[in-house]
Design a binder for this molecule. Sequence first.
Ligand code: PSU
Ligand code: MN
Length: 304
Amino acid sequence: MNRYLDIAPEVAEALANHKPVVALESTIISHGMPYPQNVETALKVEEIIRENGAVPATIAIIGGRLKAGCSKEDIEYLGKKGLAVTKASRRDLPVLLARKADGATTVTTTMMIAHMAGISVFATGGIGGVHRGAETTMDISADLEELGQTPVMVVCAGAKSILDLGLTLEYLETHGVPVIGYGTESLPAFYTRESAFKVDYRLDTPAEVAAAFHAQRELGLKGGMLVTNPIPEEYSMDPAVINKAIDDAVAEAEAKGIHGKETTPFLLAKIKEITGGDSLNSNIQLVFNNARLAAKTASELCRL
Ligand code: PSU
Ligand code: MN
C-alpha cells in the first residue's frame, strides 16, 4: 500500500467487496465554483451517487495525504479555502506531499489517486484538453496524457470550447483513448449537447459502456476511457450566447497574457462572470447528470 494514500473506510470496504465506487475531483470544488455552491454541489453529487447504488470517493490532497474519500468536513474545508488550495496536477505532487500541503486534484491527479486506490470510474464536469492556439503556446492539459496512461473511466460532459475540440480529439486518438458518446454521435461541448465534432463510438446504456471498459481492462491496455455525456436538454445553453462569452474570455486571456495553470481557471471564471448565474446552474446540473451515469456504469462494471 502506498504510504501517502488514505482510503476512507467506507470506500475501502466497498472496494474489498467488489461494490461500485465513483471517484470525484476537488479542483471543481476549490477552483471551479464559488462558496457555498461548491460545497453544496459536492455533497449533493455524493448523495446522487449513493442514490444510484455506488459509494462516492471525493479525492483531494489534505496535509500531504492523498485522500481517496473525503469527509463532509474535508469538503467544507476545501470549499471555504477555495483558490488558496493549490490546483494540483501530476507535476505538483512531489512538493505538495513533501511539504504536507493541501491540493485540489484536477482530472489528472484524481485519475492517478483513484487508480492507486483501486477505483476505476470517475465523474466530473469537463476535462482539460488542447487549448486554442496550442500550435504556438503548447498549452495541452496534462489530463490528456493521464487519459493515455491510467486505466480509469472519466465520465464528463465533453469539453468546453475554450479548448480546440478538434485538436483535443486528435491528441486522444494518438494516445489510444476511446472517446464514447453516451446516447450521442456528436461530441458534447459541456454547456451544449452538440459540437461540430464526432465521438468515436456511440453507446446507449451503462451496461454497454461498462462492457467496453471491461474489454479494455481485460486486454491490459494502459490508458483510460473518456465517456462524454451531453448536458440534459433543459439545462443546455444557447450556443450563440455561450460561444460569444467563450470567445470574449479567450480574447481577454490573450490580451492579459494569462498563461500556464492559470489559463483554465481564468477562462472558466470569466465565462461565469459574463453569463451570470445561468452557466453556474448548467454546470451544476451536468455534474449531477454525470454522477448518475458514472454510478450506474460502476454498478454494471461490478457485475462483469
Ligand atoms: N474544465 C472545466 N471545468 C473544470 C476544469 C476544466 O470545464 O473544472 C478543471 C479540471 O479539474 C481539469 C483542469 O482537470 O481544470 C484542467 O486544467 P488545465 O487546463 O490547466 O490542465
Ligand atoms: Mn494548461
